[in-house]
Design a protein around this ligand. Structure first.
Ligand code: ADP
Ligand code: F6P
Length: 323
């Protein structure tokens, strides 16, 4: 293969620029042309791409976000739209595509492969919900951002003897809530993968924390947990007099997606980017890079996109033991 393209798609996250830099420089070392596609699959459909030089990807490693831009492009699920994308790639002589993104983006890469266009995936999602890889790019930095917030909130929570609810990202996945809650010493962790506890039980946990002499009660809640942060807040507020703690809510939101990538994400992005570039140039297609232990391996996209990475419920049990 002498010419490849790359794009970032779906939700952004720290470490994407390290991937872009590594894919590009590794391919250039092998004397291949590299095309950067702007705005994810939308740029592929609109023909919004241009050739990248080594200098174009210089100085980006320490920056959050993605220099190529990203987008959600629901119309890419339509086969006719994907045909337009393949025609645009063919017209520019591009022979293969690296897709950097989460489950949805990797499904798009799998669909292109099924239509005969060579693709290779890099798992990048702060939710750490891509099946088959221990870690996706962006998770480590996001976890550290959340932990920093938990530590800060704990300071003020302890000073005022308050209960704090901290809502973190994870529409369908509780990984961020579980890992940050465990590392942050939270009294309550609520994730979509485990039903309950009901609001009355959560109220009991807050009271127990107060009775045991704790100066705060920290609850970390994944945004996808049902019945949701608001329901717990309403219950706790209406029982404020019985609880012992006053209640405050912090929704961390998109602050979790930005910021300087950690050393781990820069290393992972660089390793995965170079690996992906090599595999695609060798002609491998319909696969993605996966971190297993400390080794990188290729995994069929068919396997990776068939299910979501399960949450390790033993970690939840460990968190329950620690309160
Ligand atoms: P992420 O990649 O972070 O999981 P999304 O689920 O929003 O984010 O998916 C990103 C994009 O991937 C979508 O906007 C769409 O362009 C593409 N995509 C998602 N699912 C499919 C699919 N089934 N077929 C083709 N493309 C898809
Ligand atoms: O998929 C990653 C993710 O961060 C989810 O956890 C979150 O629900 C979603 O993206 C938010 O996306 P948007 O930027 O479209 O609001």
């Amino acid at each position: 293969m002498r010419s490849i393209a790359l794009l970032t798609s779906g939700g952004d996250g720290p470490g994407l620029n390290a991937c872009i830099r590594a894919v590009t420089r590794q391919a250039l070392k092998h004397r291949a042309e590299v095309h950067g596609v702007r705005w994810g699959y939308r740029g592929l459909v609109n023909g919004d791409f241009s050739q990248l030089s080594s200098r174009d990807v210089g100085g980006i490693m320490g920056r959050g976000g993605t220099m190529l831009g990203t987008a959600r492009c629901p119309e890419f699920k339509d086969v006719k739209v994907r045909r337009t994308a393949i025609r645009n790639l063919n017209q520019r002589g591009v022979e293969g595509l690296v897709v950097i993104g989460g489950n949805g983006s990797l499904t798009g890469a799998f669909e292109l492969h099924e239509m005969g266009f060579p693709t290779y995936g890099i798992p990048a999602s702060i939710d750490n919900d891509v099946f088959g890889t221990d870690m996706s790019v962006g998770v480590d930095t996001t976890l550290n951002t959340i932990l920093d917030a938990i530590d800060r909130i704990k300071d003020t929570a302890t000073s005022h003897q308050r209960a704090f609810m901290i809502e973190v990202m994870g529409r369908d996945s509780g990984y961020l809530a579980l890992a940050s809650g465990l590392a942050g010493g939270a009294e309550v962790i609520l994730v979509p993968e485990r039903e309950g506890p009901d609001v009355e039980k959560i109220g009991d946990i807050v009271v127990e924390a107060y009775v045991r002499g704790k100066h705060h009660c920290i609850m970390v809640i994944a945004e996808g947990w049902k019945p949701g942060t608001q329901a717990v807040e309403d219950y706790l507020r209406s029982h404020r007099d019985d609880l012992g703690f006053d209640v405050r809510v912090t929704v961390l939101g998109h602050v979790q997606r930005g910021g300087r990538p950690s050393a781990f994400d820069r290393l992972l992005g660089t390793r995965m980017g170079a690996f992906a570039s090599d595999r695609l140039l060798e002609g491998e297609s319909g696969t993605m890079v996966a971190l297993r232990g400390n080794k990188l391996e290729s995994l069929p996209l068919a396997e990776a996109v068939a299910e979501q990475r399960p949450l390790d419920l033993r970690l939840l049990e460990l968190a329950d033991m620690m309160d």
